[in-house]
Design a protein around this ligand. Structure first.
Ligand SMILES: C[S@@+](CC[C@H](N)C(=O)[O-])C[C@H]1O[C@@H](n2cnc3c(N)ncnc32)[C@H](O)[C@@H]1O
Length: 255
């Protein structure tokens, strides 16, 4: 199965786990009967995770789903036997909070622009001169910016991000790139007049406010691109559909 054909990675991940269960049972049986090895809970859980991740790899699951598949049963076993320290839950909660800092106030969680969308962005930007300026409002892990920065070495890329851990990771990722910088700054404080292209992948919630900001600050001829989320009452000039499992699309307005 081609990666781009995967409509629902969650279902494929579940299928991989289900397929792994009988394999684990058979392996446990043979280990016991042929070699007198009794696999314990954690060993079985790791075996289950490894096989599920292997099946997921066969189906071209994205890497983070392979990690989820691998770690799901061992984590469940850990919780079940309560061998995880209690502070683990608190640390996990704080990590999630620092990653998804903007879920609560801005109603924008962390999810990333897909590879196909990045490629379409490259195609779209290729029509322009080489030395344009581009900002990603809420730049996440800077995956899109890094990809574009490599493709367009003469262009200037910037990102702003306020989720603490996400900012640190992305800032470090761009540290040694000459044409790509990340700032710890709210997207509402960015002066959009500096950029030829303003990109965002947020949620339906802030889009009307983003539109008003773009209309009042962006210069004539510059371009607003929103991944997937439209602005009520203002249809995009161009829509580039991705046909991926998220039904992503690039919504493009020429100001
Ligand atoms: C859906 S993610 C998109 C990440 C990245 N642009 C991409 O396409 O891969 C949205 C990001 O916007 C960030 N964000 C939300 N509100 C923000 C704000 N007011 N200022 C800066 N970043 C913000 C979130 O923390 C999150 O990392």
């Amino acid at each position: 199965m081609k990666p781009s054909r995967l409509k629902s990675p969650a279902l494929v991940a579940l299928l991989s786990q289900i397929l792994a269960v009988p394999v684990v049972f058979v392996l446990r049986y043979f280990a016991s009967e042929l070699f007198s090895i009794q696999l314990g809970l954690f060993q079985s859980a790791f075996l289950q995770g490894t096989i599920a991740a292997g099946v997921g790899q066969f189906f071209h699951l994205p890497r983070w789903w392979l990690l989820i598949n691998f770690s799901f049963f061992p984590l469940l076993a850990g919780l079940n036997t309560a061998t995880l320290p209690r502070s683990g839950f608190l640390i996990g909660f704080i990590l999630l909070l620092l990653l998804n800092w903007n879920s609560f106030k801005e109603r924008v969680p962390l999810y990333l622009t897909g590879k196909e969308t990045n490629r379409k962005l490259v195609e779209f930007l290729s029509a322009d001169q080489a030395n344009f300026t581009f900002v990603d409002l809420g730049s996440g892990l800077a995956s899109t910016l890094c990809f574009l920065a490599s493709e367009f070495p003469s262009a200037k890329f910037e990102g702003v991000e306020t989720a603490p851990i996400v900012f640190l990771l992305s800032w470090f990722r761009c540290l040694f790139r000459a044409n790509c910088k990340i700032r710890y700054q709210s997207l509402w404080k960015v002066n959009l007049a500096q950029y030829n292209y303003v990109y965002c992948f947020l949620s339906p919630e802030p889009m009307p406010k983003i539109w008003n900001k773009a209309k009042s600050e962006m210069l004539k001829g510059s371009v607003l691109i929103s991944n997937t989320f439209t602005v009520p009452g203002h249809p995009p000039d161009t829509i580039i559909e991705m046909h991926d499992w998220r039904s992503s699309k690039l919504c493009i307005w020429k100001l």
